[in-house]
Design a protein around this ligand. Structure first.
Ligand SMILES: Nc1ncnc2c1ncn2[C@@H]1O[C@H](COP(=O)(O)OP(=O)(O)OP(=O)(O)O)[C@@H](O)[C@H]1O
Ligand SMILES: [Mg+2]
Length: 347
């Protein structure tokens, strides 16, 4: 697949994954990149950010083949083949494959096929199901000649997320500055490494099996899941927490990230501000969040007619700079060239 896949992942909930993807998708599109967004969280919050309820209800009720991520893979649970994804063109260069509450039913199918994919024979069906999200991503990207695929998932380490990560080239980890986020990071790193290893075993098993020659056009993802870094929320669930508590947790992040995610020995204490793996610290956007939701826009596109005046207008410009910088950093890590970047960053 030519377009790289970036997934925002943390098994700790509410760390800003969906909001970040929403804003980055808009930013990449404004930088003239074609973006495909796949909502692989059965809660479908990202879909709700892009489409109004009537539209989502119509899509879910009609159950047309390929109209949601679940409607793409559903035929596989019977005797059918993956359905061609139907993308929603939500803005210029921005294409969404909607999420689906019914996707949670696919969790069992994926769990059942995981051990079967390590058998001696009949490997085609399990490998096809386990790689089905990747196959859909590839079809979607080819359809619109996408430059990047952004994926949102729910906060857990289940079989759906394992299959998404298998399909993922690059992983970014949003974090809160608290005990729960740090503890989550300690689970996340080893889980990613284990999924990478177990998928490699399956690729080897498939490679050595007899069926490979029967299906010469069947390709599989490499399961790279390369970690590009983390993003630290400056806001917390408990907003009235003293600043000291925030600092205490924040300064532990670089070492925990290196040890548990990168499996590196940590010798010196690296400060978050100096850490190249820290992609961004995310500001608290306060009332700009509901304002942006109401107008169905990213924060950085709010105008005075939307209510962004005075201090809000300055915050909008700051958000534009911050997300522009973040898109640039992520593009570098993913080896995507942004030809329009300089123009926007001079704002
Ligand atoms: N920079 C920000 N400033 C203020 N509030 C924010 C910011 N980013 C996200 N939020 C709010 O925090 C909440 C959680 O954000 P979001 O839904 O993006 O997290 P998530 O990690 O996707 O959650 P889940 O794990 O449930 O999928 C939302 O109500 C969102 O509007
Ligand atoms: Mg979310």
């Amino acid at each position: 697949m030519s377009a790289p896949v970036l997934t925002f992942f943390n098994n700790k909930g509410g760390v800003g994954k969906t909001s970040l993807i929403y804003h980055l998708a808009w930013m990449f599109a404004s930088l003239r990149k074609r973006v495909v967004i796949i909502d692989l969280d059965p809660q479908a919050n990202l879909t709700a950010a892009f489409l109004d309820e009537d539209k989502i209800e119509a899509i879910w009720n009609q159950q047309n083949e390929g109209s949601t991520i679940y409607q793409c893979v559903k035929p596989l649970t019977d005797v059918g083949d993956i359905a061609e994804p139907v993308l929603q063109n939500v803005a210029t260069d921005l294409y969404l494959l909607p999420g689906d509450v019914s996707l949670s039913g696919y969790e069992d199918t994926l769990s059942a096929e995981w051990p079967k994919s390590m058998g001696d024979s009949h490997l085609y069906r399990p490998m096809r199901i386990l790689s089905s999200f990747w196959q859909v991503m590839k079809m979607a990207a080819n359809k619109v000649q996408a430059d990047i695929i952004l994926v949102d998932i729910g906060p857990n380490l289940g079989a759906i997320n394992r299959s998404v990560l298998i399909a993922t080239d690059y992983v970014a980890i949003p974090l809160g500055a608290d005990l729960f986020s740090l503890q989550g990071l300690k689970n996340l790193g080893p889980t990613l490494r284990s999924w990478r290893k177990l998928w490699q075993k399956r690729l080897d098993n498939w490679g050595e099996g007899a069926e490979k020659s029967t299906f010469p056009d069947f390709h599989l993802p490499q399961g790279k899941m390369q970690s590009v870094g983390y993003l630290c929320q400056q806001y917390g669930v408990r907003l009235n927490r003293p600043v000291k508590a925030y600092d205490k947790w924040v300064q532990r992040i670089p070492a925990v990230y290196r040890k548990y995610v990168l499996d590196e020995v940590v010798e010196n204490n690296i400060r978050l501000e100096d850490d190249p793996y820290c992609l961004a610290t995310i500001k608290h956007y306060r009332s700009l969040i509901p304002m942006a939701q109401e107008h169905r826009k990213p924060i950085f596109n709010l105008t005075s007619s939307d209510g962004a005046i005075g201090a809000h207008a300055n915050a909008v410009q700051d958000a534009k700079k911050d997300f522009n910088l973040l898109a640039g950093k992520i593009a570098d890590k993913m080896e995507i060239t942004l030809t329009h970047h300089a123009r926007v960053s001079s704002l």
